[in-house]
Design a protein around this ligand. Sequence first.
Ligand SMILES: [Fe+2]
Length: 439
Amino acid sequence: MGPGTTCANDPEALHWCRSITASRGRMIDLSTYRPRGDKRNTPFFEEHLPLVYERRVRSGLDQLVGTMAALVVQVDHGHGLAHLAELALMGPYRYRECWLVETHRVYLLAADPAWPRLIVLEPLTGDFEDESTRWNAMYPLAAPHPNARYVGEIFHCQSCSAVRDLLEAQNIRFVYRGETPNPFYAQPNLSFTFLSDYTYNRVGYVDVPLDSLAPLDLGDRVLLDDDSERPILEAAELHRTLGLEGKVLGIDHMATRVLAGEREDAILEYLTMVPYYFWGAYNIHEMNSSTNVTRSPRVADEKQSPARVFTANNTPSYLNSLANLPMPTEEFVRNFGRRMHHIALEVSDGESDGLKHVDMVVRNLQNHGVPFLAEVVGECTDQPNLKQIFSKSSAHSLLITEYVQRCQGYEGFFTRDNVAALTEAAGHEERFSHGHVFD
Ligand SMILES: [Fe+2]
């Protein structure tokens, strides 16, 4: 869809248009919606959340910006192809295209056309440096992986320049050509914010469909040679032969970890930039943390525009010894910096060979050498519930993959017991790793 085409005159852009104007969503009235959960917010948050929603409507952001178009992950030089193979084995995302910009290879991956794309950035040299590299360098467990970092989400919009004009008036900063080394972040039809001080993530906006990266005019397209593509194709074939195809579905949510004192700012800033709503927040007492969920009101199926979760410790690290509670979230942020912690893939609800699908997926992946943290948590009996597990973090992206099966149509977003067990398992890993696990 190029300049001059609109949702009205280009039937081929129907899916993209729907993603902006989707009407089959949850029909949430944000003026009356009461967030779920027992995590108490400060009066500051309660006062400003409705003001953020009102400003979005008044300024037009809710009309300009739609659902999630893509997730962007950067890996270190030399890790791109191996990460694409890892993704093909573990989930539904498949390599589609590779483009070359001045500093990076840009890989496009896709799964179901209705789900966001996945974009993997790989620097062309080992000494590439930008803002992400400098953030990574400050943290002990991130520094050995200078460019491995989840970058952020890209949202469909009607006009990137209109979104910039609107949000810059609200003190959101964008990246322009020449201000950052990687030209991918500042394209005429694709625009990214500067890294958030609260999450170290960017938000991107795109005003063309992302079925291909050709409309972005990035530069030259690269065709992978057979030797480069073979491991990716073999991983996809193994995914099929292990019976995972159609069982491991799209992205349910992503969870970012922030400092205890920045929880409310991180959420309110995100809700300033994207048309999501604060679904609710739960206190996970055992892990001294809270899980805070934002979702798109425009979709009935999370996989079309995944939920964005924020996890924060309840108390900052320097106060923690007073009560001597666990603090895995604060430890993670101190070790890796504020960053995305995991991406959760939905597993279809059902059984194969007497095993719940999530148990089957984990068993088959484990048999082929994929390591997991602890066991599947949650019971699926006759009650609706969730079964979940964390993989070990990727050696390429540092991201954990979560598999989640919603048994009996479980509608909630998580269970407190599961989150406590998962957080504890990840905390053991991160506490004991000290940089060795990801070698
Ligand atoms: Fe999760």
